[in-house]
Every structure is written in structure tokens, then in C-alpha cells.
Design a protein around this ligand. Structure first.
Ligand code: FE2
Length: 224
């Protein structure tokens, strides 16, 4: 291999603040997965996971240059949920949530802890409580902007409805859940009657991104 192949040149030393290596654009996501794996290996205490996971996710969504295009595609009708990674023991997963203009979720729950970090655009969320068989809004509509992180959990409030804050462009948020969220039995709620309906969300693609092609870094070492 010739020296100085542009795809193997490192941008800065190692995975610094930018977290991005030329030839390894997905490195920030891989590093996040590694850090989250360390975290759930070290503790299963939800408050610790939420607090430390929030800091890790804030760092991941601080920069919008690592999500592969294939997992950033909106659908004209439906918001998309692309699985980016699932822990093999299903202790957590990472999903890119892609909103087309004006798209919104029904009122729903998660049944596990969740962290939501906005990567691109902005989203609106309104929490609900299920009271006397009815859905009641709980608090004000919250606007979550790029770089901001929110939490959900059965222990702190698990029912909400979320929408793209924009009618004229896509938004993308990165979600981390305390399980393999696409394969978890959850509920959507009728806003008027409060009736709960079981659902399992699944995912919007059959593939996940390749986080593990570190060959450009290794090749660069050969070429020094
Ligand atoms: Fe949600």
C-alpha cells in the first residue's frame, strides 16, 4: 500500500474532542457504544446509568458528523427508527430516530429507561399521566434542541408524545434505551379514551451500521 493514502490519514491525534478519524467517520458512535458497555458492566443502578449515560450521549450529539447517511433517511409518511447497536445481553440499545417534516408519535410508554439526545433539528415532547382511565398532559410542551438530552423511565415519567419541531425539514435524535427497544412489549394510549393498546415497535431497517471497520487506523500504522 502506498504511503499517504488519504483515507488512512488521521485527523488530529487519536480520538480527541472531534472524535473523528478520516477513514473512520463512525468512530464517535463506536466509542459511545464502548463507553456505554463499560457503564452497564459496572452498574445496573438506573440513576447512575441515566446520569453517566446522559453525559456520554451529550458528547455524542455535540457533533453531527458521524451518522451514516443510510441511517439518517426520513420516510415521507412514517418516522423512522434505525437500530445502530444492541448490546448482546440487551442491556441497552442505540437507535437513530428520524423525523420527516411534521411527523409525530402517538402517546406511548417505553417500560425501560431511555435517553434522548437531539443530533439535528429539534423535537417537541409532552409528558402524560394515565389517571382514572384518561390521559392527562403533565407539564408544558418541552422543546429539545440539537445537543440537548432528555430522559424517560417508569421511575421518573414514562409516557409521552414526541414530534418534529419543524414542518419544513427533518430532525434526528439518538435514543438509548435500557433494553432492545424494538423487541419490547409496550403501549400506545388513546388521547381521548385513555385506552392502552399493546405494541412492539420493531425497527425500520434490517441492517445496522458497521462500527468495527478500524482498518484505516491500522493501515496508517503500517505506513508510518
Ligand atoms: Fe418515546
Amino acid at each position: 500500500m502506498a504511503r499517504g493514502t488519504s483515507s488512512s490519514v488521521m485527523a488530529g491525534a487519536g480520538n480527541g474532542a472531534s472524535g473523528t478519524l478520516i477513514g473512520d467517520p463512525v468512530a464517535p458512535l463506536r466509542n459511545f457504544v464502548v463507553e456505554m458497555t463499560r457503564l452497564v458492566e459496572r452498574t445496573n443502578r438506573e440513576p447512575d446509568i441515566l446520569r453517566e449515560g446522559e453525559a456520554l450521549l451529550a458528547r455524542l450529539v455535540a457533533q453531527d458528523d458521524w451518522l451514516p447517511e443510510r441511517f439518517a433517511q426520513p420516510h415521507p409518511q412514517f418516522y423512522q427508527q434505525y437500530l445502530l447497536h444492541s448490546d448482546p445481553y440487551e442491556r441497552f440499545c442505540v437507535v437513530s430516530f428520524v423525523w420527516g417534516p411534521g411527523q409525530e408519535t402517538p402517546v406511548h410508554d417505553h417500560t425501560v429507561w431511555g435517553l434522548v439526545g437531539v443530533l439535528r433539528g429539534a423535537e417537541r415532547a409532552l409528558n402524560y399521566v394515565h389517571e382514572n382511565g384518561q390521559m392527562k398532559p403533565n407539564g408544558e410542551v418541552e422543546l429539545l434542541r440539537a445537543g440537548e438530552v432528555a430522559m424517560v423511565s417508569p421511575s421518573i415519567g414514562d409516557i409521552h408524545a414526541v414530534s418534529n419541531a419543524f414542518d419544513d425539514r427533518s430532525s434526528i435524535s439518538i435514543h438509548v434505551y435500557g433494553g432492545n427497544i424494538g423487541a419490547i412489549h409496550r403501549h400506545v394510549f388513546d388521547r381521548e379514551t385513555g385506552a392502552a393498546k399493546a405494541f412492539v415497535s420493531g425497527y425500520s431497517a434490517e441492517m445496522t451500521p458497521n462500527l468495527w471497520d478500524r482498518s484505516a487506523q491500522i493501515r496508517a500504522l503500517l505506513e508510518v
